[in-house]
Design a protein around this ligand. Structure first.
Ligand SMILES: Cc1cc2nc3c(=O)[nH]c(=O)nc-3n(C[C@H](O)[C@H](O)[C@H](O)COP(=O)(O)O)c2cc1C
Length: 107
């Protein structure tokens, strides 16, 4: 019969392996990723410009399987993006260099 002294380390090792599997699964490109950033809106971003961004985002994001929320207040944008890892990286690459805002900071 197995002694508690032997089963204890085995249990710990199973737990460690499980965490490793979990981590590997989280790195899968098909998983959903979330990215949140804040930035300062450009001085010329009015209601019309905001509507243009919204339309552009809605159209592109739908095709890429990305959902999220975009807030503007106090001269700052806050955006949450959720979707496949590669799609999030690609879209954020474009957003980060968009001149309609500046100093994007991923939280
Ligand atoms: C605050 C802000 C948020 C934006 N969010 C998105 C977005 O969620 N998805 C997107 O495709 N473009 C977004 N854009 C626009 C992109 O910066 C870029 O102009 C656009 O993706 C280019 O699309 P295109 O390659 O189809 O021309 C955002 C721009 C700003 C300033």
């Amino acid at each position: 019969m197995e002694s508690p002294l032997v089963s204890q380390p085995l249990a710990a090792s199973c737990e460690a392996n499980h965490q490793e599997c979990q981590w590997t699964r989280d790195m899968d490109t098909n998983d959903l990723y979330q990215l949140v950033y804040v930035s300062q809106s450009g001085d010329d971003v009015d209601a019309l410009a905001l509507e243009a961004i919204r339309r552009q985002a809605a159209s592109n994001n739908l095709k890429l399987g990305i959902t999220g929320v975009l807030l503007l207040g106090g001269g700052c944008f806050l955006q949450l993006l959720e979707g496949p890892r590669e799609a999030i990286a690609m879209v954020y690459g474009k957003i980060a260099i968009d001149s309609r805002h500046k100093q994007p900071n991923v939280l």
